[in-house]
Write a protein that binds this ligand. Structure first.
Ligand code: ADP
Ligand code: MG
Length: 316
């Protein structure tokens, strides 16, 4: 039983029907009506040794905890407002806590988000952050992709996966330093998510890997995506560090980039690209949405290259 079967069997039944629930289980965040507001709630847990190597700095752990949660808010096209923190610590070490608090504060403050509560316990290092936000307009979900849409992504892919592999050692050059930074300090694409919301049909943030995460969008939308591997946006730093073949594998199956992947009608692409460019971000068309199911990664001969790994799963 993988984590998705587990959730569907044991936790989905607790949701029930509710006219105020606009987006429930199965998306990057849940959305409900509260008076005139549309409220978004996201929560993510980071476990030492699973979501980050135990040796990275407390400041980076704090920053990452903030950024990966804000990324789910970005994927819903929402604005973050408040956060709560459930922190499990092996010991109360003041220097560690000061650095963690600094890093978390950097990520939250840049997003205009305040930490308003939480829970603190002793045990193996585990960080659970919940963020509450609001949406102007309709929520941006995983389920609206349609045949004829283009599949796009922001930024470049595969960098954080390379950065994770490199972060145990001091960086040997500026490329390595930049890749490690992409893993340790991901950028939640909040402004982009809000700007794309009225233009695109579906979106997700890339946390587990492009193929896995687009797979969720296609499943939720009952569509198929065909990707053109040659179109994947790969940074020069990644290409120079790991070579083209591995860069493609990282871009398809590595996680942790926290870029947005979305399905957009072709007529909206120019407007979306112009808005992204104002934010200093490139959008790249990497494929198209068709009828059917699944995600194929096609090489120049039209052959699905199906890498062996397609996203992290906590249970099998
Ligand atoms: P993401 O990668 O965006 O953080 P996840 O893969 O963690 O999303 O979760 C997939 C979906 O399952 C989400 O909608 C999430 O809210 C829901 N979910 C995960 N764990 C549970 C749980 N224990 N109880 C109820 N819903 C859950
Ligand atoms: Mg997500």
């Amino acid at each position: 039983m993988d984590e998705f079967e587990l959730i569907a069997r044991y936790f989905l039944p607790l949701q029930g029907e509710d006219p105020d629930l606009l987006v429930g289980n199965g998306d990057d965040g849940a959305v409900f009506k509260l008076g005139a507001e549309r409220v978004v709630v996201v929560v993510d847990t980071l476990v030492a040794g699973v979501h980050f190597p135990a040796h990275i700095s407390a400041r980076d752990i704090g920053y990452r905890a903030g950024a990966v949660n804000l990324s789910d808010i970005a994927a819903m096209g929402a604005r973050p407002r408040y956060a709560t923190l459930a922190l499990t610590l092996p010991e109360a070490a003041p220097a560690w806590l000061a650095a963690f608090s600094t890093g978390l504060g950097e990520a939250l403050k840049a997003a205009g988000t305040r930490l308003i509560g939480g829970d603190t316990t002793r045990g193996p290092l585990t960080i659970t952050l919940q963020i509450i936000g609001c949406i102007d307009g309709a929520p941006l979900t995983r389920s609206g992709a349609r045949e004829g849409d283009l599949v796009c992504v922001s930024g470049t892919l595969g960098d954080a996966c390379a950065g994770l592999a490199l972060c145990a050692e001091p960086p040997a050059n500026s490329n390595q330093r930049w890749l490690v930074e992409r893993f340790l300090r991901p950028s939640a694409r909040l402004k982009l998510g809000q700007a794309l919301n009225p233009l695109v049909h579906a979106a997700i943030d890339i946390s587990d890997g492009l193929l896995a995460d687009l797979g969720h969008v296609m499943q939720a939308s009952a569509c198929r995506a065909e990707l053109n591997v040659a179109a994947l946006p790969l940074s020069d730093a990644l290409l120079e560090t790991v070579g083209r073949a591995r860069a493609i594998e990282y871009a398809l199956s590595g996680g942790d980039d926290y870029e947005l992947a979305f399905a957009i009608p072709p007529a909206a692409l120019t407007a979306a690209s112009a808005m992204a460019a104002e934010m200093g971000l490139a959008l790249t068309v990497i494929g198209r949405v068709l009828s059917g199911s699944g995600v194929a990664a096609l090489d120049s001969n039209g052959v699905d290259i199906h890498p062996a790994r397609s996203g992290y799963r906590h249970f099998r």
